[in-house]
Design a protein around this ligand. Structure first.
Ligand SMILES: Cc1cc2nc3c(=O)[nH]c(=O)nc-3n(C[C@H](O)[C@H](O)[C@H](O)COP(=O)(O)O)c2cc1C
Length: 310
């Protein structure tokens, strides 16, 4: 999660038996590590597997080169699980497979899943309309119906915070869950106290989608800051996002701005910036819980649905 995935949080999730995912831009630009140093910090806290989020969006050449380098370095440091999102995952699959690694790709509908499978991904993450981050437009059940026959494991992303929701998602037929928002309200997550409190206070209806931060709908808490920003891209931004080349430029500009805005808001200990990402799973989050408790409670609930699960 950009900007929330600091090494201590990633390590705590993996140490408890989940798969903590490193977000390289958060690791370097928000939490201040050189990439390999950040991985070493995680390694000092856990010897269990962690994954890397490789954002494969078509943006600037410099950015793409940097992501390629991070993937190479992650492989050299022993990472073998990759979550790709927002683009074409083929180049990550090629490198990961050569090292015996596995790539799961975030998708919001069947057509993207088919393209990702063509590129060789080994699993899908079905991002539904309740997800934090860049939300999809479909419900969890509808999306699983679209993807279930594709012959690879499908994980659910969106709307899962409690052990009951976790078990219910497995009972629907999902192979696992990608959880985000729940892990922000943990002692290990290094975001400011106002952000965590806003998650505890928010209900499902307090989550809105805004295009004004990254150029595509992003799930955020409906704070005065978001109300000032608005939810729809203006006419110029819309025109820019309409054409292929213009879109690439516009997304790069958005990325540069949003990286700073989201970072400052997440680290803010006063609460004045108030531009905070979260999914509708906030409805089930009432307390700050250690990441390990969250993983263990979900695993316990899962055993009731699937007694053989680890
Ligand atoms: C604060 C925040 C930041 C996120 N950043 C990323 C990201 O950088 N890359 C990504 O692939 N997904 C990102 N996501 C999406 C999550 O990986 C996950 O799909 C989502 O949080 C699931 O929904 P949930 O928040 O209801 O659990 C982010 C989610 C949140 C809440």
């Amino acid at each position: 999660m950009y900007p929330c995935s600091n090494p201590e949080l990633v390590a705590a999730v993996s140490e408890a038996g989940g798969m903590g995912i490193v977000q390289p831009i958060a690791l370097t630009h928000v939490h201040g590590y050189r990439f390999r140093e950040g991985l070493a910090r995680i390694r000092a806290l856990t010897s269990r597997p962690v994954g890397l989020n490789a954002l494969v969006e078509a943006s600037s050449r410099i950015y793409h080169k940097r992501m390629e380098r991070w993937v190479e370095e992650a492989l050299e440091e022993g990472i073998r699980f990759f979550v790709t999102s927002l683009g074409k995952p083929g180049w990550v699959v090629e490198r990961a497979r050569a090292a015996g690694g596995v790539v799961y790709h975030d998708v919001t509908e069947r057509k993207w899943a088919l393209k990702a499978l063509d590129a060789g991904v080994q699993g899908l993450i079905a991002v539904n309309r309740r997800a934090g981050g860049h939300a999809g437009s479909k419900g969890a059940r509808e999306l699983l119906d679209e993807l279930a026959d594709l012959g690879v494991p499908v994980l659910c992303a969106g709307g899962v915070a409690t052990p009951e929701e976790f078990a219910g998602t497995l009972a629907l037929g999902y192979a696992g869950v990608q959880m985000g928002t729940r892990f922000i309200a943990t002692p290990e997550c290094r975001v400011g106290a106002p952000y965590k409190q806003a998650i505890l206070d928010a209900g499902e209806d307090d989550i809105v989608l805004t295009e004004r931060i990254t150029g595509v709908p992003l799930a955020v808490i409906d704070t005065p800051c978001v109300q000032r920003l608005g939810t729809h891209a203006g006419p110029l931004a819309r025109w820019m996002l309409g054409g292929r080349r213009r879109k690439r430029l516009m997304r790069t500009l958005y990325a540069l701005r949003s990286i700073r805005r989201l970072r400052d808001a997440s680290l803010d200990e006063v609460g004045t910036t108030g531009c905070w990402q979260a999914g509708r799973s906030v409805a089930g989050i009432q307390d700050i819980l250690p990441a390990a408790d969250i993983v263990r409670r979900c695993a316990d609930a899962a055993r009731l649905v699937a007694p053989d699960s680890p």
